[in-house]
Write a protein that binds this ligand. Structure first.
Ligand SMILES: C[S@@+](CC[C@H](N)C(=O)[O-])C[C@H]1O[C@@H](n2cnc3c(N)ncnc32)[C@H](O)[C@@H]1O
Length: 238
C-alpha cells in the first residue's frame, strides 16, 4: 500500500529514462497477461505513480484534466464515484486540502486522510442519500471514473459504462450546487447522445477530452461539464 497522503502532484520523475523491461511468458501465464505485465512495467505513468505515492496511474488522468479545465481548486465538497483504489481522491485532496471528499465503490478502498469511503453499489437506490449524508452538504463537484467490468464485447462494455455515466450525471443534476461541475468517464462510440443532451441542458459548457494518460488504444474518454445552471432548469426544459 502506498499510503493516502502520497507526495504526488508536483514535478517528479517521468520514469521515461528507465530500462525497458521484457517479460518472458511463464508456463502458467497467458500471452495476454504477459503482455499486460510488460505494459505495466514499462508504463511511465505506472512508474511515476509508484514514485509519487499515487495508488493508480489513473491519478494522472485527473491531474491532466484539471490542468486543462481547472475544476479541483475551487471545489469544497466532492463526490468520487468509483473511488477504488483511490488515486482520484488522493489527487483531489492533494490539490485542494480543504475539500471534503466522499467516495463510493463496489470494492474496498484503503483509507485516505480526509476522505469518507462507502463500500456499496452506486446503482443501489440508497446510494445517493448515503453519499449526501456522508458529505454533509450538496456537492460542488462530482467526479466519476466508474467503469463496468469489461466482458470483451466492445458494444456491451460501451453501453454498460455509458449506463454508469448516465446515472452519475442524473445524480449530479439532482444534487450539485449552482456553478458546480461534473466529470465522468465515457466510451467513444456514439451511444452517449442522451447523456450529452442532458448535460448541455444543465451546464453552461460541456466538453470531451482524452488526457494523455489515457491509453491511446482505449476507447475511454472523459466528459467535463462546468457551470451547473441549477435545478430551476428542470421546469424550463420539461
Ligand atoms: C477505473 S477504476 C477507478 C480508479 C480510480 N479513479 C483511481 O484513480 O484510483 C473504476 C472503479 O469503478 C468501480 N465501479 C464500477 N461499477 C460500480 C458501481 N456500480 N458502483 C460503485 N463502483 C463501481 C469499480 O469497482 C472500480 O473500482
Amino acid at each position: 500500500m502506498s499510503g493516502g497522503s502520497g507526495k504526488g502532484g508536483g514535478g517528479g520523475s517521468s520514469g521515461r529514462g528507465g530500462l525497458h523491461v521484457r517479460v518472458k511468458t511463464a508456463r502458467k501465464r497467458s500471452v495476454s497477461s504477459t503482455r499486460w505485465l510488460q505494459r505495466q512495467l514499462n508504463d511511465p505513468y505506472v512508474r511515476r505513480a509508484q514514485a509519487e505515492g499515487y495508488r493508480s496511474r489513473a491519478a494522472y488522468k485527473l491531474i491532466e484534466l484539471d490542468e486543462k479545465f481547472g475544476f479541483l481548486k475551487k471545489a469544497r465538497a466532492v463526490v468520487d464515484l468509483g473511488i477504488t483504489p483511490g488515486g482520484w481522491s488522493q489527487v483531489t485532496r492533494k490539490t485542494n486540502p480543504r475539500a471534503r471528499v466522499v467516495g463510493i465503490d463496489l470494492l474496498a478502498c484503503e483509507p485516505i486522510e480526509g476522505v469518507e469511503i462507502l463500500e456499496m453499489d452506486f446503482m443501489d437506490d440508497a446510494a445517493p442519500d448515503r453519499l449526501i449524508e456522508a458529505l454533509g452538504s450538496a456537492p460542488d463537484l462530482v467526479i466519476s471514473d466508474m467503469a463496468a467490468n469489461t466482458v470483451g464485447h466492445p458494444q456491451t462494455d460501451h453501453l454498460r459504462t455509458i449506463g454508469l455515466a448516465e446515472t452519475a450525471a442524473d445524480f449530479a443534476v439532482q444534487t450539485l450546487v449552482p456553478g458546480g461541475a461534473f466529470v465522468a468517464k465515457v466510451f467513444a462510440g456514439g451511444a452517449d447522445r442522451e447523456l450529452l443532451s442532458l448535460l448541455k441542458r444543465h451546464f453552461t459548457t460541456v466538453k470531451h477530452a482524452k488526457p494523455p494518460a489515457s491509453r491511446k488504444g482505449s476507447p475511454e474518454l472523459y466528459v467535463i461539464a462546468q457551470g451547473f445552471k441549477g435545478r430551476r432548469m428542470d421546469k424550463a426544459n420539461g
